[in-house]
Design a protein around this ligand. Sequence first.
Ligand code: ACM
Length: 262
Amino acid sequence: MFKVGYFQFHPRFGELETNRKTVFKALEPVEADLMVLPELPFTGYTFRDRKELAALAEDPANSESVDLLTSLCRRNRIYVVTGFAERSGTRIFNSSLLIGPRGLLRIYRKIHLFNDEKRYFDPGDLPLEINTIRGVRVGMMICFDWVFPEVVRTLTLQGMELLCHPSNLVLNYCQKSMLTRCLENGVFAVTTNRFGLEKRPHASLKFTGGSQVVGPRGQLLVRAPSQRRQLQIVEIDPKESRNKSLTPRNHLLRDRRPEFYR
Ligand code: ACM
């Protein structure tokens, strides 16, 4: 069995130190295999422009956020997937990091940018790939990537069993839609959303919470309230995702007809 969870909270815009402390305090007592944090949990989301984002983004090779999570992973012997505003030279990506007791294991850079993100982030440029953690094949996508079913399918075709999905959702469609995404691929998914109103002089956004863990037959295993902090851990059997047979004669992957999908 494998213990996965989410930590849903309300990051404070631009307050990296406060947000790091909130995350550390929440995860400090956690006993689990893998915890998933929201998209951009340290910086907040509603940037005025690229300059403001650049001032808050971090290079993962020299990042207090990464160092903090690495020490936490080492201490508690856990893995963490977190959203991350990533500076890489002159480029800035909306990224997700997989971190373990030995440090950073993988970076995923959001390939489908949502709305105003296109004004200040560079679109992701890394392939979708999976990692094996304690025998479980894990993949990552970020928030709005859910609208493009190709993302989960691509990861599933590589053998992914568990999807980690840091999010800052402002619409209400995703939580319901992820049940279908999991069913059609036969995978587990942890969607970690934030909540709260982010009020900036140029714009305000309200995030929808409802973080959740979904099973490979589209079962909702646990879901957070819309506007409250919550840390939840559930025990899953990742092997369940290896059964791709919906009926004795229907296999989710082998029954595909890619020759018709052009
Ligand atoms: C989103 O992709 N943050 C909606």
